[in-house]
Design a protein around this ligand. Structure first.
Ligand SMILES: [Zn+2]
Ligand SMILES: [Zn+2]
Length: 423
């Protein structure tokens, strides 16, 4: 288990404070007790790690920057100014109250793919998919759909077949009186049985954080499933990095997904050397659990995936994807990615590295987005209005394109379904 105090560090230097006078802005080290020992520990630990991070996210408390030599008289070395916001202490309560207001209800979480309870046998069976319409039993049951409407021929996604080869239409062209369910695969059942509600930490451990931003990077392991390979968690109020760990997957890695995850065998070995790893998703979950309790608000972008990868059931959530999408329209189906939200809301570019996402950067960016949304409700509404207008145009454009391509389809002679099936 982590020793929370020793691992505490500030991930940013305040660039802008919300309303507090400059003198009240917290600087790294203020109010947060970090022993010299712990600092040194970090300085040595972070070296190989920080080299990869962009300069902006290097840790000011522990890293000295290499500033290119300049012709003029030596300028006094300025500490790196990180552009993540600070929330001054006196504002913590107000920010927390605003965040509580935008937590999603259980129904929203459920519909967005979050697990809202530990899994029962019935839940597990609900994951069986119909081999014909490919819908999950659980979904079909909720919608009371007993008749199976489906396309007899499936699209080949690898060949980028966007139209259904049987009929070329979106609407199902065949039906059966009942669904045919395939049994849920064993490895999935195994995963799902391990889901747990966030426990209350044992007495005597550190006080749970009130609101935490979370991001995980994942890799593909043998058998085709995913495992967590890195986990970052940041206290939204104080900006402290509370978890920053690499995870040694429990199974052999089939694909490091380096362009997204930023992970590789070499990198993991380096992190092992540096003592920055934990073993397997269970230890990753423990590392996070050490800092949170069921009342902690967890914030993330499409956080259901991060919770899934650690088999977590957590019910106090702000998902920046849901938050933004619902602001545009309550029933909006489209998701705005983190990169886009950062650009549009904060005019900030993230995920610029070609060597994959930086987990800590994504975590800090999510923190920044959610803070922006609750601190600037008017600007947030303006953003939503602009996106509504944009979406209206985009949808109209898409519809006209669709019509055009349908016309072309109609002109071409097409085999009937029965002909196709006879082959
Ligand atoms: Zn069809
Ligand atoms: Zn079906």
């Amino acid at each position: 288990m982590d020793e929370p105090v020793q691992h505490v560090e500030l991930a940013f230097r305040p660039k802008e404070s919300f309303t507090a006078p400059v003198s009240s802005i917290r600087k790294p080290g203020d109010q947060i007790v970090v022993s010299t020992e712990a600092k040194e520990h970090h300085a040595t630990q972070g070296k190989s790690h920080a080299a990869r991070r962009s300069r902006r996210y290097a840790r000011p408390a522990t890293e000295s920057l290499k500033i290119p030599a300049q012709k003029e008289a030596p300028v006094q070395k300025e500490p790196v100014v990180h552009e993540w916001s600070d929330v001054p202490g006196p504002l913590h309560e107000a920010v927390l109250a605003s965040l509580k207001e935008v937590c999603h209800d259980l129904d929203t979480l459920d519909k967005s793919g979050y697990k809202v309870r530990e899994m029962t046998q019935e839940d597990l069976e609900g994951y069986a998919k119909c081999v014909n319409c490919r819908e999950r039993k659980r979904v079909l049951d909720t919608k009371s759909r007993t008749v199976c409407f489906y396309h007899p021929m499936k699209r080949n996604h690898q060949e980028k077949q966007y139209k259904n080869p049987c009929c070329g239409k979106k609407r199902a062209c065949a039906s059966l009186p009942a669904h045919v369910y395939a049994p849920v695969q064993d490895f999935l059942l195994e995963n799902w049985q391990n889901y747990r509600l966030t426990p209350s930490p044992e007495a005597g451990l550190c006080r749970p954080r009130q609101v935490v931003a979370l991001d995980c990077e994942m890799v593909e392991v043998e058998g085709g499933s995913a495992e967590v390979a890195q986990i970052c968690a940041v206290d939204i109020l104080t900006g402290e990095v509370i978890v920053d760990k690499y995870v040694v997957p429990s199974r052999a890695v089939a694909d490091w997904r380096t362009p997204w995850s930023g992970m590789s065998q070499k990198r993991l070995e380096e992190m092992k050397e540096a003592g920055k790893t934990v073993n397997g998703w269970e230890e990753a979950r423990e590392a996070l659990w050490a800092h949170i309790d069921p009342d902690t608000i967890l914030v993330g972008q499409s956080l259901q995936h991060d919770l899934d990868i650690m088999r977590m059931v957590h019910l106090r959530v702000i998902d920046t994807a849901i938050l933004s999408r619902e602001a545009v329209a309550k029933d909006c189906k489209q998701n705005w990615g983190l990169k886009r939200l950062c650009k549009q809301m904060l005019d900030r570019d993230i995920q610029q590295s070609r060597s994959g996402h930086d987990c800590l950067e994504d975590t800090m960016a999510t923190r920044e987005v959610v803070l922006w949304c609750v601190r600037h409700p008017d600007k947030f509404q303006d953003w939503a209005t602009s996106q509504r207008q944009w979406k209206k145009k985009a949808d109209a454009h898409w519809k006209s394109k669709q019509k055009e391509s349908d016309k072309i389809q109609v002109k071409k002679p097409r085999e009937s379904v029965s002909q196709v099936l006879a082959e």
